[in-house]
Write a protein that binds this ligand. Structure first.
Ligand code: NAP
Ligand code: ZN
Ligand code: ZN
Length: 349
């Protein structure tokens, strides 16, 4: 066992504070990673505040992890000591169900093992995430990270990146498609980068007028303010795909109206309250609404390799761990440009 410094929430909505935990000795297939950066996802905020009703405390959040391998088990084949590595939203899965066999461990029929706010395969050892100095993970659930990209900008790819890359690939976004991204935060800014990179004509739908210039810099061809009724009316029946990243409850219908015939709204944002959707809004134009959950290990590696090839990283604001509560508050106000990333060196002092 090795003692690890971390930050944890001890009850719903509590401030995060220093916490000590034990990581297991690396098993024969495990790698031990010294964590260098960890991104701050809005899912961390939802779970620290128990907004999804499934929180386990003490909770060490963090599932956008990058670092360097410090130890490996005897049978590890894919990594060596000194390699850069990444860990995303899950650290294991059943490995035998049809989803796992297809490489879609994120949809494991027996439930993937979340990087935090879950239990290991023994059903009783809690998992703790990346707001910590090190982690031990099976090599099969560890990602290879290129040394060609700035590491702090790579961390958010492990969740915000794959969560937007996967569904855009699944629906086949390409040149000629009109794609709208709803909500310009961590997921939203990666969605704009990917959709533009895949050749689509991209419109940013945002409630924040101050984000217009940034949206264009990120690759959006158009910017529409969701509070402007005239603009929203002018965009009706326009889009093939809307990627909805909004974290707070909102009216889905306003945005379904913007889909053309056969258009699809991909829901990745996970507000705590259910949405109401009138059947006619789907029926009249054969519109679809689908959800998508992160991505499997194979596709996450494909996404990381794509990013290395195309020089795509997240736009980040690096913070010390002591500013984590402030970062959560700012995320809740939509004030993030466009991902907070914790410099884990600040946890070691
Ligand atoms: P974030 O950085 O806080 O961004 C959310 C954005 O949504 C905000 O920047 C804001 O953009 C917009 N927004 C917030 N409140 C709004 C409101 N009341 N009405 C309209 N727009 C609002 O969050 P994130 O990390 O990107 O995560 C977004 C959501 O995705 C969260 O619910 C998270 O849990 C979920 N998530 C899902 C998956 C998955 O696998 N499906 C993975 C990761 C995260 P504007 O200022 O542009 O309006
Ligand atoms: Zn996340
Ligand atoms: Zn499975």
């Amino acid at each position: 066992m090795s003692t690890t410094k971390a930050y944890a929430a001890h009850s719903a909505g509590a401030h995060l504070s220093p916490f000590g935990l034990q990581r297991r000795e690396p098993g024969i297939h495990d790698v031990q990673i010294e964590i260098l950066y960890c991104g701050v996802c809005h899912s961390d905020v939802h779970q620290v505040r128990n907004e999804w009703g499934n929180s386990i405390y003490p909770m060490v959040p963090g599932h956008e992890i990058v670092g360097r391998i410090t130890r490996i088990g005897d049978q590890v084949k894919l990594f060596k000591v000194g390699d850069l590595a990444g860990v995303g939203c899950f650290v294991d899965s059943c490995r035998t169900c049809p989803s796992c066999l297809k490489g879609e461990e994120n949809y494991c029929e027996n439930g993937m093992i979340s990087t935090y706010n879950g239990y290991e395969k023994d059903g009783k050892t809690p998992t703790y995430g990346g707001y910590s100095t090190q982690i031990v993970v099976d090599e099969k659930y560890t990602l290879k990270v290129s040394d060609k990209l700035p590491l702090k900008g790579v961390a958010p790819l492990l969740c915000a990146g794959i969560t937007t890359y996967s569904p855009l690939r699944h629906v086949g976004v390409k040149k000629g498609h009109k794609v709208a991204v709803l909500g310009l935060g961590g997921l939203g800014h990666m969605a704009v980068k990917f959709a533009a990179s895949f050749g689509a004509e991209v419109t940013m739908l945002s409630s924040s007028p101050s984000k217009k210039t940034d949206a264009e810099k990120l690759g959006a061809h158009h910017f529409a303010l969701t509070s402007d009724a005239n603009v929203m009316k002018s965009l009706q029946n326009q889009f093939d795909v809307i990627l909805n990243t909004v974290s707070a409850p909102h009216d889905y219908n306003m945005y379904l109206n913007l889909l053309n015939t056969n258009g699809t709204m991909i829901v990745v944002g996970a507000p705590p309250a259910p949405a109401q959707i009138p059947a006619f809004n789907l029926i009249m134009k054969r519109r679809s609404i689908m959800g998508s959950l992160i991505g499997g290990i194979k596709e996450t590696q494909e996404m990381l390799d794509y990013c290395a090839e195309h020089q795509i990283v997240s736009d980040v604001e690096v913070i010390d761990i002591s500013r984590i509560d402030e970062a959560y508050e700012r995320m809740l106000k939509g004030d993030v440009r466009y991902r907070f990333v914790i410099d884990i060196a600040s946890l070691k002092n």
